[in-house]
Design a protein around this ligand. Sequence first.
Ligand code: NDP
Length: 329
Amino acid sequence: MSNPIKAIVINKDDNNYSASLSSIKNSDLPNENVTIDVLYSTLNYKDGLAITGKGPVVRSFPMVPGIDLVGTVSHSTSDEFKSGDKVILNGFGVGEKHWGGLAQKAALNSDWLIPLPAGISPKQAMQVGTAGYTAMLSVIALEKQGITPDSGEVLVTGANGGVGSFAIYLLNQLGYNVTAATGRMEQSDYLKELGAANVINRDELSNPGKPLQKERFAAAIDSVGSHTLANICASLKYGGVVTACGLAQGMDLPGSVAPFILRGIRLIGIDSVMRPKADRIEAWDRLASLVAADYLDKISTEITLEQVIDNAEQLMKGKIRGRVVVNCQ
Ligand code: NDP
C-alpha cells in the first residue's frame, strides 16, 4: 500500500468553504501522464484568495491549490519526461481548474511542464515563482520591441509588489536606468537597493491625466492598469513601449488613442498563465542566468505545508512581505 500524501485540500458545499491540510491517496490524484514528487511550491496572492475563499479562484472542488511548483518526476508515460527529471510548472489553470502544487505529490499534464534549467536550484525556482517569471516575460517583451539600455528611462509600477520588484531587479541587472513608482515612499531605500535609480510617488500616475503629457519614459513595465497605465501611455517618448500584466489599481483603461496615433507608442499585453512552452523555456533560461542567490534569499521566506493555511490568512491581511516558498516534503 502506498504512503498517504499530505495536501492542502479545498472543499465547498452549499453552506461551507473550507481548506485543510489533509491526507490523500495516490488513487485520489488526477489521471494525468506525469506524476511528480513536489519539492517546493509557493504562496501567491491567487493562492491566498483560493485558500481563504476571498476570491472566486477555484473552479471545481475538491481542489488542491498552488499555481507554482517544482519537483522530481516519479512516474511518466510522456516521451518528454522520465523518472528523476526536475520540472517546473507555472499557471495553466493549475491550482484553479487542475490540482496544484501545495501537496507532496502532483499528477500533471506533460504539456504544462518545462525542465528546470541548469544554474537554478528547485528552491530558487520557487523563490522566483510566477512573479519573477512574469517580470522576465515583461522584460523580454521590451527587448523584442527593440528597447535597450540606451533607449532611456524605464518605469516600473507596483514597485514593491512581486512582479514590480523582480522587474526592477532584472532591468538593473541588464543595465537599464530604472524609475520605480510606489505608494510606499518609505521603502525607497529598499527599491534603490534592488536597482532603481529613481523612485517616484505612484500618486503622480494614479489620477486622471491629459491624453498627451511631457515625453519622459522610453519604456515601462506596468502591473497596475487603470489611470496609471493611461498616464504611462501619455508620457512615453515617441515610439515608446509599455507592457501590461496586472490590474492592482483597476481593470479599466481610461485613456485615449492620442499617444498611439501621434507618438506611435506600443502597448504589449503579458499573460503568463497560458504562455506557450517555448516562451516559458526562454524566460526560465534567462532567469537562471540573471538572478543571484543572495537576492532570492533576501526577498523570500520558507514555510512548510503545515503553515500554509495560517500564512494564507496573513497574506490576505497584507501582513506578509516578499515571496513565500513552501517546502512540500
Ligand atoms: P502584489 O500584490 O505583490 O503587488 C502589487 C503592487 O501594486 C503593490 O505592491 C503596490 O505597490 C501596487 N498597488 C497596489 N494597489 C495599488 C493601487 N490602487 N494603485 C497603484 N498601485 C497599487 O501583486 P503582484 O506583483 O504579484 O501582481 C501584480 C499584478 O499583476 C496583479 O494585478 C496580478 O493579478 C497581476 N499578475 C498577472 C500575471 C499575468 O499573467 N498577467 C501574472 C502575475 C501577476 P507599491 O506598494 O509599491 O505601490
